[in-house]
Ligand binder design. Sequence first.
Ligand code: AMP
Ligand code: GLY
Length: 423
Amino acid sequence: MRVLVIGSGGREHALCWRLARCPSVKALFASPGNPGIASVATCVPAGDGTPEDWLRVAESVDADLTVVGPEAPLVAGVADCFRAAGRVLIGPSRQAAQLEGSKIFAKQFMKRAGIPTAEFRVAASEAEAREALKHFGVPVVLKADGLAAGKGVVVARTAEQAEEAATALLSGRLVGPAGSRLVIEEYLQGEEASFIVLTDGRRVFSFECTQDHKPVGDGDTGPNTGGMGAYCDGRILSPEQRRQVLERIILPAIEGMAAEGTPFTGFLYAGLMMTADGPKVLEFNVRMGDPEAQPLMHTLEGDLAEALAASARGSLDESLLRWNGQCSVCVVLASEGYPGPPRTGLPITGIEEAEAMGAVVFHAGTRRTDQGLVTAGGRVLGVTASAPDLPGAIERAYAAVRAIHFEGMHYRRDIAHKGLKRW
Ligand code: AMP
Ligand code: GLY
């Protein structure tokens, strides 16, 4: 089949890298793609990013299957637009994508479906926020309702911080109109984990559990980023915890969405807090994670394209996919200044050497010029390596990282270290 991947980051490079290895894929396209993706797929320019425009791109390459990387096209209704035109796309409808597009929708849905999550209140004005805050101690968490590219969540440590955050969010100063309504919720304690499944609306294939590293600095210090690295490891969850996540969260979510007339198809990502009372949902995303996709795609076996096409048609066969049992670690190499405005345009060296050591280097923010490959974003590369055990995967990933250089490059030195206690 002819497959199109929408997006241009490390997650999309990882998806393309995996799809390019599928026997069922005869031609692979990405829009807009990036220089790394260009080594496994044909990159096609994107237009204005509307659903109609993505449909035009899919028609121009005659895609039998379109896979959406980021959330924005899904929340804008790209799946509905493709469905109306009779073109196959894997991803939820605009209505179902509200699980990520509106935190208020997600929280109210979880309440109706009995899915464990933090206690919460909704506020649309400063007076309502003040009233809501009375019901919680500190720390307390304030979240913009709408899409905010990871910048819409504030963990307030004091009452003053909480009031300031409410003002900053509601005024539009922090994340614009996405903050015009807020979820204010109980602070949960525990270890975070990402649990991602592929679903056709009824059946489920569970990817191995992963952990992201959002703060920029070692030991989870400094400002949050889009993710400085991720790893997958079968030991993150015990078999009992895994059963709880499936039975209390994933299956009720999929059954609940179907029962409410908004069936969910595609990748469902549950951001979890593993609390003393069991797993609770911090957030749902309606797509693959970035950088979680990088270790997941590196260790996935089977024909992903066939599994995605079957899911889109409502007949997922879970046996099409399996995890190879290895641990995998992705270390993100970032530009100077990131997560603030990054310095870009700097030459990158050492990717071939890193790959000769057995790692795969996924591109996130790179650009091909006459002078060679240069940096073109905050997160530049995701160096990914696997091994039968976690210490081995960490060792391989960092050995490859040391082969790569660009001016001002920084990365976390402790990706996956929180998993070492389980080995
Ligand atoms: P979210 O975008 O909802 O995943 O939130 C971003 C980050 O904020 C999460 O990865 C957590 O580290 C933190 N966070 C969100 N909600 C809570 C909560 N209820 N309790 C503690 N930390 C939270
Ligand atoms: N890694 C977090 C996300 O994809 O939202």
